[in-house]
Design a protein around this ligand. Structure first.
Ligand code: WT7
Length: 656
């Protein structure tokens, strides 16, 4: 039986009160959105957002540059906060936060911020930023644990028109320095530390280290930084530099809680988020104000069928785009209650998620397949200990979900009553692009199903022509949409090359896909040199250059191999400089070196030392072949262009 034949029809009771009640209704709205996109988006932008000045033109499109709601002005923090202050939502929980629990299992600290309280905190902190000389257009780096202050800092930037760039707390000092350099950030917002599985992540220490890193030209990478604002979270010892470092709690005591919002141009930058590509350093993906917020808001409401009494929990860190669109902006723009949890799913025990869901009566859970596979491994006794009856909808994101994990999620966590939305999207797309509409779309394990309103994805061949149903090809998007990236910070050429040159006039996703006979999309995974390790996007080129920056390494090639838990694992093939001997110690050193250069998420799972790497006659590393070696497969395909067959034999041997 083909997978797509295993269809799960929407639950009738769920459909009755859902925003989209039937497939026919979805198809009708979808058709309108594609046939008259400007009419559709114009109407949505009027209904969904509060504008301080109306726009003159809905869309100005000259590939690859899109401008949405041209001439319109609005403020994101107003749309997430102020607009609710005169409504019943003012006293509703905007954020429910839980800190990491103590080792002995005592639940973590808890904080609830209503819309009114969150508004006050955002205004205070926005005034702190102003006091530190941050103005409209300035870039601010945010390097915080999962605490309410992460959302407060983002919204405070948005309030005054500063552009935030959130750096995941698991990234290294070097990554912080690189991102400051690329964005030209003026300030960093960080914490003394963050709790993670009982230990402290030394965020401020990493910032101190970042602030002395020099580039190849011997100049400080972080010369633009004027101030560092430090949240006290762990109470650990850190050093504070006079006139540069300021405590968050001291600063907010000195400012007013009144902060008029800055009216922002619809196309003003809202944030930059760095993500890995197939070449070079991470790219700063740029998202702007009006279109992004509209798209985040609409997708949140429709895809999660958000209702007023939901307790919604997206488990992503704010360091990733999922945290931007579906922890902070999307839920708050809808006046929803968004739960934030600081710690890991298996600390202090593997039932942390189920414990949180039961205690807070979470109704919507959005997490990653890699987490689900870990839960399966830990065993059903952990979820079985808790009352999960509050759940009514489940979501996944980040990588293809294997049907076994889907069925487990559906049965064990969802009690067979919750629809599952498998949502396909990317940092670049700003929001969910391909997804079931809960209550409307019949689902099938492993397929993200159908496009969101206004989105026209297509599977194409090498020439850019649509392929037939059931054939594989490249996934592209044919039409501009409000949430799309507006560029790569400071690099318009790379923007054009990476996304708009592969298939002329269309957005190239980097993913392979096929469409089945129902028109459902099945995402195969990346077809470029980007890996998806436990839902984290990692460029092989980046890990390679980190390895080569170690004094012992001559050359490195990094490929992925399938991994039961993480989806993909990183395998590095390394040749050493002459006179250097391979050893288990060196393997550890190289892994740590990558951790230091990029962050622990990028540490190779396997390092294989080799005499030389297999190359074509033109000198290109044969990655296809290395991938097969890494996966333990027999070598397939044409190897006649190999320079040295002996190399191959040797690599295969190290596999044993
Ligand atoms: C890549 C984007 C945007 C959310 C987090 C990841 C893969 C994402 C799915 C899905 C199959 C998926 C794609 C995509 N991906 N969601 N539901 N099914 N693959 O964001 O780090 O920008 O990575 O994640 O390969 O290109 P990201």
């Amino acid at each position: 039986m083909l997978n797509e034949e295993r269809l799960f029809p929407p639950d009738k009771e769920f459909s009755k009160r859902a925003h989209i009640k039937s497939l026919a209704q979805y198809r009708k709205i979808y058709k309108e959105s594609i046939e008259s996109p400007e009419v559709f988006w114009d109407k949505q932008a009027r209904n969904e957002l509060v504008w301080s000045q109306p726009w003159k033109k809905t869309l100005q499109w000259k590939a690859p540059n899109a401008k949405w709601f041209v001439g319109g002005k609005l403020n994101v923090s107003v749309n997430c906060l102020d607009r609710y202050l005169d409504t019943a939502t003012a006293n509703k929980a905007a954020l429910i936060w839980e800190g990491e629990p103590a080792t002995n299992g005592t639940p973590g600290e808890e904080r609830v911020l209503t819309y009114r309280q969150l508004h006050r905190e955002v205004c205070l902190f926005a005034n702190v930023l102003k006091k530190r000389g941050i103005t409209k257009g300035d870039r601010v780096l945010i390097y915080l644990p999962m605490v309410p202050e992460a959302a407060i800092a983002m919204l405070a930037c948005a309030r005054i028109g500063a552009v935030h760039s959130v750096v995941f707390g698991g990234f290294s000092a070097q990554s912080v320095a690189d991102r400051v350099f690329d964005s030209g950030a003026k300030a960093i917002i960080t914490a003394d530390g963050g709790f993670r599985r009982g230990s402290v992540v030394p965020l401020k220490q990493n910032v101190d280290d970042a602030l002395v890193i020099k580039g190849a030209d011997k100049k400080l990478l972080t010369a633009t930084i004027e101030s560092v604002i430090v949240l006290q979270r762990c109470g650990n010892q850190i050093s504070m530099k006079a006139n540069r470092d300021f405590w968050w709690h001291d600063e907010i005591k000195t400012v007013s809680p009144v902060c008029p919002p800055e009216p922002m141009d619809s196309e003003a930058p809202l944030f930059i988020l760095y993500t890995s590509g197939s070449t070079g350093k991470p790219k700063g993906i740029l998202h702007t104000t009006g279109g992004y917020l509209l798209y985040a808001k609409m997708t949140t409401r429709y895809v999660f069928d958000l209702q007023d009494n939901d307790v919604y929990w997206c488990t992503a860190d704010v360091g990733w785009v999922t945290g931007h669109s579906y922890v902070v902006y999307g839920p708050l723009a809808n006046g929803a209650t968004s739960l934030i949890y600081e710690g890991a799913p298996n600390w202090p025990e593997p039932d942390r998620f189920w414990n949180i869901i039961a205690r807070h009566r979470v109704s919507i859970l959005y997490t990653a397949p890699t987490a689900i596979r870990a839960f399966m491994k830990w065993g059903i006794e952990w979820p079985k200990k808790h009352d999960l009856s509050s759940l009514r909808l489940l979501g996944t994101v980040g990588e293809p979900i294997n049907p076994e994990a889907w069925i487990w999620y559906h049965t064990v966590i969802g009690g067979k009553r919750c629809p599952i939305v498998d949502t396909w999207w990317q940092t670049e797309t700003g929001g969910i692009m391909i997804t079931p509409m809960p209550g409307a779309t019949p689902t099938t394990p492993g397929s993200a199903t159908l496009p969101f309103f206004g989105i026209l994805p297509e599977v194409v061949d090498e020439q850019g022509n649509a392929v037939e149903k059931n054939s594989g090809g490249k996934l592209v998007v044919r039409k501009p949409w409000p949430g799309m990236l507006r560029g790569i910070w400071g690099d318009p050429q790379r923007f054009q090359d990476v996304y708009w040159s592969e298939v002329k006039g269309s957005y190239f996703t980097g993913d392979g896909s096929r469409q089945d006979k129902n028109g459902y999309f099945w995402i195969v995974g990346r077809i470029d040199d980007v890996l998806n390790v436990a839902g984290h996007r990692i460029g092989t080129a980046e890990v390679e250059s980190a390895l080569v920056s170690n004094q012992n390494v001559a050359e490195a090639a990094v490929v992925g191999r399938p991994d039961d838990l993480k989806g993909q694992a990183l395998v590095a093939f390394v040749t050493l400089k002459s006179g250097i001997k391979a050893s288990p110690e060196l393997m550890v050193e190289l892994r740590n070196h990558v951790g230091k250069e990029i962050g622990p998420v990028a540490k190779p799972d396997d390092i294989r030392f080799a005499e030389s790497l297999p190359k074509t006659r033109s000198g290109k590393i044969m990655r296809r072949l290395l991938k097969q070696v890494a996966s333990g497969l027999e070598i397939k395909g044409d190897t006649t262009t190999l320079e040295d067959f002996a190399v191959l034999a040797q690599l295969t041997k190290t596999d044993e």
